[in-house]
Structures are given as C-alpha cells and as structure tokens.
Design a binder for this molecule. Structure first.
Ligand code: 9MR
Length: 678
C-alpha cells in the first residue's frame, strides 16, 4: 500500500485516472464461496491448519511412483527407520546421518514438514546400548544421543517422538522393562524430555505409543497419568502421538474421547503411524473425523504410502494399492477432512521424468479467476472513522481464518484484526482495532502475519516508515501484540539511492530452512531484499539488494513471495498499475529466494490477476485487483501455498469512486482460481 496523504499528493491527480469523489455504497457479501475444497490429502489437511504426512523409506526415493504420490499428497514426512538409534549411532559416539539427511533434505526442498522418529526406544536399539549396566554411563549416552540427533535437525523438525513405546501392554498400566527403565528407573522419560527441550526448544516434544487409543485401557491410563504428572510439574512435554495401528474394525469407539482427554491436559495430539488392516473406508473416515473434531489434534501420518510399502503389507492397510492407485479408503479420508475426491484417473503418481513430481506441482503460466462480492467492509465505531479496509494478510489456523488489514481514514492508517470460520461469516466478524494493543496509535499499515515456528511465536510485520514488527503467542488475542520494533536502524542506503519520489512500503518476510528474507517496495520500480539467518531472525537483516526492477508502474508495490507446495518453486507477485490506471498483479518464479526471477504471467494481456482474467458472478464491484494475499497451505514462516486452486484475498473498490487516495472506499474480496488443472 502506498501512503499519499502523508506526502500531500493524490494518486487520482497524479495518474489522472480516478474520477471526482463519488459516494459509494459498498456491495454486500453475496456469493461467498465455501471453504476451499482441496483434492489432495496435504492440501486439504492444511485448510484446517493440520498436516497430513507419510512414513518414508530412504531406499524408495528412487521409485518415481512412490515419490510422485509422496509429493502430490503429503505435506509432512517421517523417516520410517532412518532416524532411529540403530541407524544414527550404531556404535558409541559414531553418528551416521546420510540416509536420514536424504529424507530430510528432500522433504525440505519440497516444502514438506518433518516429524522426528524416534530418540529413545527399547527397540531398534544397538547392542552396545542394551548392554550398559551403569546408570551414569547410560544417562550420559542417552543425553548425548538426544542432543546430537536433535542438533543435526535443529529448527527443521516440527515434532519429535522423544520417547517411544515406554509403556507395557496388558493390564499393568506401568512402564515396560527396558535397559532404560531397568538401569535408570522410570525417571528416564522425564530426563529424556528435559534434555530434548534444551537441544531444540522449537520442536514439539511428543511421547509416542501404540494401543493407547482406547480410553479405558490400562496402558492408555498409564500414559495419561504420566502426561498429567509432567504437566503438573512443568516437565516439558508438548504432545502425545497415538500410533493408530488398527485392526479391520478401525478405531475404538472411545478414540475421540481419548484424543480430547489428552488434549485437555494441555498437549497436542497427533496420529502418528496410521494403518488399518484391509483399509476399510469407514474405519479410515472414523479415525480422521476424530482428529478433525479435536482442535488440538494437529496432524495425521500414515505409516507408508502403498500397501507394498507397509510393515504389515500382507494386510493391505494403506491408502494406495501396490500400483499406486488410490483405494476407497483414500476418498473416505479426503472426504472426512472436507475435501473433494477428483474423478481423474485413479492411476496416480507416475512422473513424466526424473523431475516429474516437481513439474506436476509447478504453477501454470496462465490464470483465470472468479471473484466473490465484497466480503469485508470497514466497521467504524465511536473512535474509529474508517473509509477503507486494505492490504489484508490472512492465515488459516485452528479452524479459523485470521485476517489483519490496514484501516484508512481521515485520521490516518492503523491496523484491524478479525477472525471467522468460513467466508460466509467474514462480513459479520467483530473488528478489533489494534491501536488499542501495545502496537499503539499512529502510522501502521500493510500487515503480514505468520507463525515463526522456531520461536513458537506469531509475527505481524508492518510499515511505520521503517519495517516494523510485533509478536504474540496467541494469534486470536488482539491484545497480545507487543509494541512495535524495527527490523532496520534506518532505511538501507541502497533504498535511499533508488527510491526517488517513491515511498518505502509493503515489507514482507519469508524464510527457507536456513535464511529469512525481508522484501520491500518503493513505488518506484524496485523490489528490495535483505537477509538474515533463521537463528538470528528477527535481528541481523543485512545485505540489502535490488531483487527485481522494472519501470515505476510495472513494479509498483504490494509484493508477495511464496513457496509453492510440493515443488521447488517460489512465486513472486507484484502489484502494477495498468495502462487503464487500474491495479493488477504480475507474477514471476524462481527456485531460490535469493535467486533471480523469471516472468510467469506478467503482462496486461496475460496477467496473474487483473480485471480481464477475473469473472464476477455476483457483480463487477471493482476494476482494481489490488494489495492482498494468497490463502496459504500452512501458517508458518515458509509461506507455503498450494499449487492448485489458488485463492487470493484482495482489496478492490467501486470503479466510480475517486478523490483523496487515503479516503477511497476499499473493500476486501476473494479470488478463486478457475483454471487449475490439479
Ligand atoms: O515400519 C517400521 C519397520 O520398517 C521396521 O522394520 C520396524 C522395526 O521395529 O519398525 C517399524 O516402525 C515401527 C515404528 O518405528 C514404531 N511403532 C511401530 C512401527 C511398526 O512396527
């Protein structure tokens, strides 16, 4: 967004494009679409802020059918065996990570998240550990193993199974015998979690087990008591993994109760190793539905991809058959998450070439969209007289859309927050004015929100004249934002040298696994980029360069940069002003955030989004497709978007409105891609 009022100039007169002031009656919310219905497991799970993962074997990564399905369907990956103790520390102090790295690097390159499995387990444990009899030695060995493996993947694993299967089957409700329990006592679990927290404070620490799905089972109760005790004493634990290796009957009737009861202790729950004998569709649907019904059930992992990949392959327990075709359980699973199974051929996942999976997910070069009517309009109150709501940023998290936007009016710019569960409710959501939080009054505009997973903190990035941010542990608490801090001590020299009569606007942060980048625009044809490391963020932004340049109106402002899910592509959008004076978006791609950008759909006749490729079934309420944001596949700092059926929340305005730019009646609407081929 630009800020012309401060500078006393008027966009209308500068461009001679906007007519004299007209009183505008905003359109009402008509034709609001439903929530996105995705066609793949990962994309659909992401609609509710969850992940859908698979256990992956390094030895199968050369199989194109296997990786084709993996990259198309899953947005989280667990190494099936490669991160276990026998694989990572086969002899004392000698660590081997090559196969685990293979899985981790591949997943990261494709924007898939990683689950860590597992640090302390009595099985797949090398003989040298099993034969230790001295408690100090074993404690040292265990702590060193946890620390070394976690350090290797620090900041890259969303959840770690710190201790696996420590409880006994049967009616005792006690821990099973193992070298850890026998030599260290049952306190080894607590010790392991404390060590794990110090090693990687950003990872969720999970206790993982099987046969703890039925609430009344003694084993479930034993684990529940342990977690309750940990929470009451402040022992660090963040989640319980329920493996969910089910017989053909599927989950027990109490499964959802078990998930809720664990969650009520203040931990997340995850279904970590799902497979069901014979894969009855109803059994899968019941399992998935139980997770969807529990807010703190944050994700589901199936234990393998095709039946032939399963540890219990004789029982055909997975979602894809031996040839990689979707089984009925697949459709049941997708539907249970609210997705729509496609009717495309069931034979799936065979890539065209060695990089076929990447190409399959890559973005198309032409776009067509359908727009909603106006979904969100300003809501003035006694102390806020608001003319326009602008520059939206949005994440889907915990079953809700969370939208932050600029408010513009005669008293200047500030920020507003609202949330709602689906677009049909956007218009009736309460507007929370963030000038009442520590963000404070004064010029704050063009927000961008994301969850910075390494710090477990939400960030709101915005412009104040500098590039600024606030943080909040809880996105849904409008009063939880911290006071503004600046990313830079002052405007970087390269911007001073190139900004001309433009304005420094629209700061945007995106991170890959190593670095975070801060992009900004200057209303003068330049896109700037600074960088820092993931570890240093939000400090240390330096090396500011011109990442892209064009003429002033061809590369104006409101740039967005995203990671495309399931590919190694990044997408850059920049708002331009067309020959008709109307706002529209051009697009570029790159395979690196610090790389150069190649045009994708970047002209007026083939735009990313412009009035000429948008249909308005509920009325053409705007000719401008201006500053906004894509609906993401997740909510973290990687800003990952789906490759299919894109949606873009944008600002538009009544075409006959004009006058002072800062008082224009901007409203928010949603574009949905109509020419997606996947
Ligand atoms: O799927 C894994 C299989 O390839 C291994 O041979 C087996 C060895 O114990 O472990 C399997 O995975 C197990 C997981 O790590 C923990 N929960 C039970 C899983 C199935 O046995």
């Amino acid at each position: 967004m630009n800020l012309l009022k401060r500078l006393g100039c008027r966009r209308a007169s500068v461009l001679g494009l906007l007519a004299a002031t007209v009183l505008v009656t905003p359109g009402t919310a008509t034709g609001a679409p439903d929530d996105v219905r995705a066609g793949t497991l990962g994309a659909q799970a992401a609609q509710s802020g969850r992940y859908f993962g698979a256990a992956v074997a390094a030895g199968k990564l050369g199989d194109g059918t296997y990786t084709g399905i993996l990259d198309r369907e899953f947005n989280s990956v667990t190494a099936e065996n490669e991160m276990k103790w026998d694989a990572t520390e086969p002899s004392r102090g000698s660590f081997t990570f090559s196969r685990a790295d293979q899985i981790a690097q591949r997943a990261q390159a494709r924007g898939q998240r990683l689950r860590g499995h597992t640090l302390v387990w009595h099985s797949q444990l090398p003989g040298w550990v099993n034969s230790i009899r001295d408690a100090n030695t074993l404690r040292g060995v265990m702590n060193n193993h946890i620390t070394t493996v976690m350090n290797r993947y620090k900041g890259r694993i969303h959840s770690w199974d710190v201790v696996n299967e420590a409880f006994a089957d049967g009616g005792s409700g006690q821990m099973r015998g193992s070298v850890f329990r026998d030599v260290l006592g049952t306190g080894f679990v607590e010790q392991a979690f404390r060590t794990a927290r110090s090693a990687d404070p950003a990872a969720k620490l999970c206790y993982n087990d099987y046969n703890i799905e039925n609430w009344s089972d003694a084993k479930t109760q034993g684990v529940y008591r342990m977690v309750r005790d940990f929470k009451s004493r402040g022992v660090p634990i963040d989640c319980v993994g329920l493996q969910a290796h089910f017989g053909a009957g599927g989950p027990p009737g109490s499964f959802q109760t078990t998930l809720s009861n664990f969650a009520a202790l203040g931990v997340d729950v995850q279904i970590t190793e799902l497979d069901i004998a014979q894969a009855p569709p109803t059994a899968y649907a019941n399992t998935v539905r139980a997770c969807m019904n529990v807010a703190r059930c944050t994700g589901i992992t199936v234990w393998g991809i095709r039946d032939s990949d399963s540890w219990r392959s004789g029982e055909n327990p997975l979602l894809f058959d031996r040839s990689g075709n979707k089984k009925p359980a697949y459709n049941a699973t997708l539907t249970a998450m609210g997705g729509t199974p496609t009717t495309t051929p069931t034979r799936s996942g065979t890539p065209a070439g060695s990089n076929g999976a990447t190409n399959a997910a890559a973005l198309p070069g032409r776009y067509a969209w359908s727009s909603s009517g106006t979904l969100i309009s300003p809501k003035s109150d006694a102390t806020h007289n608001i003319a326009g709501i602008k520059d939206p940023t949005v994440v889907r998290y915990n079953g809700k859309y969370h939208v932050f936007a600029s408010t513009a009016g005669s008293s200047g710019y500030n920020l507003v927050y609202l949330n709602f569960s689906d677009w049909s409710q956007a218009g009736s959501a309460t507007h929370h004015y963030l000038d009442r939080s520590a963000i404070g009054k004064g010029y704050r505009a063009a927000p961008q929100v994301f969850y910075y997973a390494p710090q477990r903190l939400w960030y709101l990035v915005y412009q104040t004249g500098n590039a600024s941010y606030s943080t909040n542990p809880d996105i849904s608490n409008p009063n939880g934002w911290s006071a503004p801090r600046h990313f830079y001590s002052s405007m970087p020299d390269i911007i001073k040298q190139n900004i001309g009569d433009g304005h420094w606007v629209d700061m945007w942060v995106i991170c890959d696994s190593a670095n975070c980048y801060l992009f900004s625009s200057d209303d003068n044809g330049h896109l700037y980029r600074s960088q820092t490391t993931v570890g240093q963020f939000p400090n240390g932004f330096t090396n500011t360069v011109i990442a892209a340049r064009d003429s002033k109106y061809a590369m104006f402002e409101a740039s967005n940069v995203y990671k495309v899910q399931g590919s190694n592509q990044y997408l850059l959008l920049v708002e331009a002003i067309g020959s008709d004076g109307r706002r529209y978006f051009r697009s570029w791609t790159s395979n690196s955030l610090a790389g150069s950008w190649t045009q994708l759909a970047a002209s007026e006749s083939n735009p990313f989004a412009r009035a000429n490729n948008v249909s308005f079934p509920s009325g053409s309420w705007t000719r401008d497709i201006s500053h906004g944001e894509m609906i993401r596949a997740g909510h973290d700092q990687t800003l990952t978007i789906p490759a299919c059926r894109l949606q873009y929340l944008y600002q538009g305005l009544n075409p006959s409105a004009g006058g002072n730019y800062d008082l224009l009646p901007w409203r928010l609407g949603l574009l949905t891609q109509t020419n997606s081929t996947c």
